[in-house]
Design a protein around this ligand. Structure first.
Ligand code: ATP
Length: 285
């Protein structure tokens, strides 16, 4: 019997970029929230081989996959000679701004820790994880958190208020790197109020959380792909309190107050043909 883990996706309730480092990395200030959309991973120990299988035909299953990189990293850093056979059931949209690769990476680091009895602990796992991606430490932590630095400086926040979320990804993939490069060419950016979002979460005010949504990367991705704006507007027409692009996009989420509104919006959006993948979901911790 294998060892199973769910790897959860995230959305950003607030995302600001506050600077750029010489190595090309950007300094960010983001509020992250795990949502109930997840990949399912099964792991089995091997004598040293790394074998990756998936129901998803769109991903590399070789050394370019973050799951493969996570196993390699633990082998090298912790002197583990064993490997893993992994099956990935991919449910999280790919290249979507939902940290799909980072969360698989985080789940694999935790699986190696568990299956090889390494007892690395969250802090060490996060230090290892950041070598593979700026969002990996957050994916190890999960829940409601503020991420600063390149994404690795994490502050846990109180659980954000419960919300009904509609999540929609149009039929296009966005390269995170391209979006950040595009941002460097822009001036006078409208910075979201990340501190205000922290206050809204700390006071448990769901309306203020919805009202305060903001993502500076919309300035780059929406002009490249106007369908993102169309989905945001359609969600609002369909009763959302507010809507926002997550991460570097192109996934959009809308916050709804009532189940019936969410259901109706889901159906109407599905019929519109604007999105390729649509989910009704909620935050998880
Ligand atoms: P983020 O929100 O962290 O920017 P994303 O949702 O925009 O992430 P991902 O789905 O993580 O983007 O994928 C980006 C690229 O990473 C993909 O095009 C893919 O080739 C590569 N990748 C490597 N391993 C994985 C994996 N296990 N799952 C998804 N993508 C992976």
């Amino acid at each position: 019997m294998g060892y199973q883990r769910k790897a959860y996706a995230k959305v950003n309730l607030s995302l600001d970029v506050t600077g750029r480092l010489d190595n090309g990395y950007h300094l960010v200030d983001m509020i992250m929230q795990t949502v109930n959309i997840y990949d399912e991973l099964s792991f089995e120990r091997t004598d040293g081989e790394i074998v990756l299988e998936s129901d998803c035909g769109e991903l590399p299953l070789d050394e370019n996959n973050l799951i493969y990189k996570a196993i390699r990293l633990i082998q090298e850093e912790c002197g583990v000679t064993g490997g893993l056979r992994v099956f990935l059931k991919k449910n999280i949209p790919i290249a979507a701004g939902m940290a799909g690769g980072s969360t698989d990476c985080a789940a694999t680091l935790m699986a190696m820790d568990e299956l090889y009895g390494l007892k690395l602990g969250t802090k060490r796992l996060m230090e290892l994880g950041v070598k593979l991606g700026a969002d990996v430490p957050y994916c190890i932590l999960g829940g409601t958190a503020r991420a600063q630095g390149i994404g690795e400086k994490l502050t846990r926040l109180p659980n954000c208020p419960t919300m009904k979320l509609l999540v929609a990804k149009p039929d296009l993939n966005v390269s995170t790197k391209e979006v950040y490069t595009g941002l460097d060419a822009l001036e006078n950016l409208p910075h979201p109020g990340v501190d205000d979002m922290v206050c809204a979460i700390e006071s448990g005010n769901g309306r203020a959380v919805a009202a305060g949504l903001g993502n500076v990367l919309e300035c780059v991705t929406i002009p490249l792909h106007p369908v993102i704006r169309e989905i945001k507007d359609r969600m609002l027409e369909l009763g959302a309190i507010n809507s926002l692009m997550s991460g570097s996009g192109p996934t959009v989420f809308g916050i709804y107050e009532k189940d019936e509104e969410l259901q109706k919006a889901y159906e109407a959006l599905a019929e519109s043909g604007l999105a390729k993948q649509i989910f009704m979901t909620e935050p998880v911790w």
